[in-house]
Design a protein around this ligand. Structure first.
Ligand SMILES: Nc1ncnc2c1ncn2[C@@H]1O[C@H](COP(=O)(O)OP(=O)(O)OP(=O)(O)O)[C@@H](O)[C@H]1O
Length: 249
């Protein structure tokens, strides 16, 4: 079943066209990675898909029940403990403190936080712990769809890997679908079922590649081999590291 569908989405900022005829779909429980040149409109696609921005053209069909978003910047409230940050979406939904605790503990555990971390403030947490807190906050409402907008770009290689594993495991156990935006082709290969490549000239989605096996089943050698193959033999990936500075009237 398709849980997210974008139909010929077009968008402009101040008269400058940034997206044209973007069509894509994500199935239930499917992790779709979206890659493309810097500035080609990946974040704008996620914002439109999530309903944060209204597209000028096209249609968004959402068949999932509840989504959350995870960004590069964890966006935690500095005056609140990790527990209160994680529980914030539940508080917004009117769940009382007593009712929030169990869900907070479960989400924190899934995100790899220790019980003692829950009493710490963001300034007392490392960068990785802050991102774990943001992921726990995303998981706490039990979403069936998560938008990830380059969540691990700022993290070092080892930490990035641990976070990717965390998402792979959480997606497999909680069965959420995801649109995962990333610059990093290895990350896209590790984490997703399918990779979509945004056209470098702004003409929609250039193509897709379905990855063999499930996320988490590809070892380092397989990820490396696929990456090499995509970058050296597959024309679809020829321009993904370009920087798109299109200026259209
Ligand atoms: N709120 C905004 N107002 C004006 N222009 C915007 C706005 N948001 C994005 N843009 C422009 O739209 C284009 C697409 O931006 P977007 O952030 O979606 O690209 P991206 O592919 O996610 O980039 P990156 O990979 O560098 O994060 C860029 O040229 C950007 O400057």
């Amino acid at each position: 079943m398709t849980v997210l569908e974008l139909q010929r989405i077009g968008h402009s900022f101040f008269g400058r066209k940034v997206l044209d005829a973007i069509s894509l779909s994500v199935g239930a429980g499917e992790i779709v990675a979206l890659v493309g040149p810097s500035g080609s409109g990946k974040s704008t696609i996620a914002h439109i898909a999530a309903g944060v921005v209204d597209a000028r053209e096209g249609r968004v069909v959402r068949r999932y029940h509840r989504h959350t978003m995870v960004f590069q910047d964890p966006r935690l409230m500095p005056w609140a403990t990790a527990r209160d940050n994680i529980g914030f979406p539940l508080r917004l939904a009117g769940v009382r403190r007593g009712g929030r605790d169990g869900a907070i503990r479960a989400a924190a555990l899934r995100a790899g936080l220790l019980p003692e971390d829950l009493d710490k403030y963001p300034s007392e947490l490392s960068g990785g712990m802050r991102q774990r807190t943001a992921i726990a906050r995303a998981l706490v409402t039990d979403p069936d769809f998560i938008y990830f907008d380059e969540p691990f770009t700022a993290l070092d290689v080892a930490l990035k890997r641990r976070m990717q594993d965390l998402v792979i495991k959480a997606a497999a156990s909680a069965h959420f679908a995801a649109l995962f935006i990333t610059h990093d082709l290895s990350e896209a290969i590790r984490i997703s079922h399918r990779i979509l490549v945004l056209d470098a000239n702004g003409r929609g989605i250039a193509g897709a590649r379905i990855l063999p096996g499930a996320p988490g089943s590809r070892d380092d050698a397989a990820v490396f081999a696929l990456r090499q193959r995509f970058l050296t033999e597959d024309p679809l990936f020829a321009r993904i590291h370009d920087i798109d500075e299109r200026l259209r009237p």
